[in-house]
Structure formats: C-alpha cells, structure tokens
Design a protein around this ligand. Structure first.
Ligand code: PHE
Length: 457
C-alpha cells in the first residue's frame, strides 16, 4: 500500500509545485492567443462573465474530480482510471475515459507544437527589426510567408518538441518540477512587465471598457457555447493532463483549495493577457478587436511595429507566449510517457523519444495543412482543423462528461472521503452539487449544441 501511494513516477516536492505545474499546464496558447480573440469576436464583457461562470460551475468541479482520481491511482491517467473503476466495481467500459483523455492529449500535442513553433519564429522576427513600421498588409504577408514554408514550420515544431522532451525526460521532481518552479515565476514577471507597458503606452481605458462592459446583445447562443469550450481547453481538463499531475500531488494537500487557486491564476492570466493585447490594439488606429485568430500574429505585430521600442517588447511578448506553451505542452507529453513506462516497462528516456516521435509525425499533417495540403479537405476541414475540432469539441466534452458521471454517481464513496480530507464541508457539498447536477447537463448541452451548430451553419 505504501508503495502504491507513492507511485512509480515520484511526486511533486510540495503543494506549491503542484500549483505551479497545474497553472503551467492551464496557462497556454488558450489564454494568450485564443481567449482575447474569442472574447473580442463575441462582444467582450458578457462573454467574459459567462466564461468565468463556466470555469466555476464546470471547470473547477471537473478539475477536482480528475485530481481525485489521479491521486488515488498514483499512475498514468489510463491506469489511475482503471484502478478507480476496479475499486468502485463499475462496468469495465468506464476505463475508456482514461484512454480518450490520453489519446486526445497526444493529438493536441501534435498540433500544439506546430502553433507554438509560430510563437518561437515570431521571437526572432520581432527582434530582427524587420517589422518596424509595417502595416496590416505587410504583416499578413509576413505571417503567410511563415505558413507557406513547411521546412521553417517543421524546424520550429521539432525544436519545440525537443524542448518538451528535455523537461519530461528529467522526471517529475527534477524535470517537470524544476521547470515549472523556474518558468512560472518568470512568466508572471513578464506578464506584469507587459501590463505596465500596456498601461503606459497603450489605450488601457479602452481595453478595460471593452472587456468589462456588458453588451448583452453582442452575445449569441453560439458565444455561450464557445465560452464553455474555452473553459475546458484552458483548464486542461478532459485530456489526462490534470489527472496525471494529480497523481504526483502530495497526499496532505487540500484538493478543493488548491484547484480554486489554480483556476484563479488561470483566469487572471487570461484577463491580464486580454487587457495587454487590447490596450495595444486599441492604441493603433485601423485594427479591430474582433480580428480573429490573426489577432496575435498579424494585428499585434502591426501595433508593436508602430510604437517606439515596441518591437523589443513584442519579442518579449512572444517569449512569454512560448514559455506558456512550453509549460502546457509538457503536461500533454507526461501522461503518455507515464503510461508507456507502465505498460511496456521501458525507461523514461525511451518513452519520451517514442511519444515525441509519434507527436512529431502526427504534427506533420498540421504543418502541411497550412501549405501543400491546404486544399485537401475532409468534410470541409483541413487536417489541422479536423484535429482541433475532434479534440476540443468532441473528445474533451465526452471525456469531461464521463468523468462527471463516474465521479458524481459511481465512484466508491471511500475514495472521495479519503481524497477530500482537509477540504471544507461547504466546498465538498458545493462540489457534489455541481458535479452531479450542474456540470453533466451543461457539458451535454455544449456538446449537442456545438456539434449541431458546426454542421448546420
Ligand atoms: N490549457 C492549455 C491552454 O490554455 C492547453 C492545454 C490543453 C494544455 C490541454 C495542456 C493540456 O493553452
């Protein structure tokens, strides 16, 4: 028993390391690239409010459930889930939850590395000074130029995956633990520096007005669905990452409080990133806040390029984005690596290279989706769009829904009682209420409406 409680992969040095690791996983491209433009195209304030409600009512309860299963099993998500199913005497088909999560994680890693590669490329592009004083058309051309060059994309994708392997190979304490303890404070520091720059040089008042004003008319039903999907993606739930990290959490750490802190950090970073980006965007005439996915790679460079000293700050911004992406991607690699080590009894080093190799090969399809395969479409999707769609809109909601049902209705009571020790009665009661009655219905609604919307519009 003692052996099992420690697990073969080790554990975080402290609760604080878990908080940094989980925050590192949660804070990523979702917060810096996706949140501002999705909020922007859904009218700002009202969307932000719904998003925060989803974090609290769906995100936090599911995250607590994942950590609970992980910490009980102390193994990769697949085997932790197996363990919980066996101990609870549930139907063995529930084991598929772990599988869906890990496979979704691997697919996400494959395209996440490609997009993170763009951010790495932009660090160089910004610091080269080439973009000084550019306008919208040249900024689009610079971005297209990057996307049309498979060799350049593959080089960055490969480098990014190697950076991830470099961390995960070191194991839980010496690899992941040390990385997040160093990277996260650095990330917060850079975020604050950029916030100061945005307040001093940008149009901060307009950004605040935009993110916090309530234009209910601009919010559509579809926007509500996007807010829920975003809450899932940004908290890294439904894909094994948080379950894997939970497996390394110290037994005396209070799950309720810890997860609330992580969710708070994640939301704070999304909102601060939004404030930074919109302050800069609103200070530049002719750029729309609803610019869509190109907001970060086209609009921002134009805005930075027009400000004195802006390009250096722009380079710093893309370093920040790259770090955020890096600390997220390692949490996608770790669950697969842990599983391969358990299943095939191979070393951590070997497992890292095998999984990263698979992610690399799968990622080539995403690279080609932006150039030589751009015209090959399946049901209207490029390979990249397809992976993005089936992971975020199909696999994550299904896995999240199954987790709420399993933990809400089937799991053995003992597991909850043991893992929730230390969490206050009130939080436990609220958690049970949401995980049983609110989250499953909300997720089912998102899922059905999201899929319906996709195929009817
Ligand atoms: N949460 C990350 C983000 O917001 C994405 C991610 C998903 C990371 C799943 C790890 C696991 O960018």
């Amino acid at each position: 028993m003692a052996l099992q409680k420690k697990g073969m992969h080790g554990a975080w040095t402290s609760r604080w390391t878990f908080i940094m690791a989980a925050t590192g996983s949660a804070v990523g491209l979702g917060n810096m690239w996706k949140f501002p433009y999705v909020a922007g195209s859904n009218g700002g304030g009202a969307f932000v409010l719904i998003y925060l409600a989803c974090i609290l009512l769906i995100g936090v309860p599911v995250m607590m459930a994942e950590v609970l299963i992980g910490r009980h099993g102390r193994q990769s998500p697949i085997n932790s889930m197996n363990e919980a199913v066996h101990v609870s005497g549930a139907d063995l088909r529930w084991r598929s939850v772990g599988w869906i999560g890990v496979v979704a994680g691997l697919l996400i890693l494959s395209f996440y590395a490609v997009i993170a590669g763009w951010a790495l490329d932009y660090i160089l592009l910004m610091s080269s000074g080439e973009l000084q004083g550019i306008n919208g058309a040249t900024a689009s051309a610079a971005f297209d130029n990057l996307l049309s060059n498979p060799g350049r994309l593959i080089a960055w994708q490969t480098l990014f995956l190697m950076l991830c392997v470099g961390v995960v190979i070191g194991g839980v304490k010496k690899g992941l633990g040390i990385a997040v303890e160093t990277l996260m404070p650095l990330l917060f520091l850079m975020l604050l520096l950029l916030l100061v720059f945005a307040v001093l040089k940008g149009n901060f008042a307009a950004a605040v007005g935009f993110l916090f004003s309530f234009d209910l008319d601009a919010l559509t039903w579809r926007g509500v669905l996007e807010a829920m999907g975003q809450a899932f993606f940004t908290l890294s739930i439904g894909m094994g990452a948080i379950m894997a990290y939970g497996a390394y959490m110290p037994q005396d750490a209070n799950i309720g409080k810890t997860i609330l802190i992580v969710a708070f950090f994640d939301s704070a970073v999304a909102i601060i990133s939004g404030l930074i980006i919109f302050s800069i965007v609103f200070a530049t005439p002719g750029i729309e806040p609803s610019a869509g996915p190109g907001l970060m790679f086209i609009s921002l460079p134009v805005a930075f390029g027009g400000m004195p000293g802006g390009l250096l700050i722009g380079a710093l911004f893309f370093v920040l984005v790259s770090i955020a992406a890096w600390s997220s991607a390692i949490s996608l690699l770790e669950p697969c690596v842990a599983w391969l080590m358990e299943a095939k009894n191979i070393s951590r080093v070997k497992a890292n290279f095998i999984i990263a190799g698979v992610a690399w090969v799968l990622g080539l399809g995403s690279v080609f989706s932006f150039n030589i395969w751009a015209d090959y479409k399946f049901a209207g999707f490029t390979y990249f769009d397809f992976l993005d769609f089936i992971t975020a809109n199909i696999m994550l909601p299904i896995s999240g829904l199954l987790i709420t049902l399993f933990v809400g209705y089937l799991i053995k009571r003992d597991i909850i009682d043991t893992e929730m020790q230390g969490t206050s009665e009130r939080i436990i009661r609220l958690w049970e209420l949401t995980i049983k009655y609110i989250a499953p219905f909300a997720i089912a609604l998102v899922f059905i409406m999201g899929v319906y919307d996709k195929f009817t519009s």
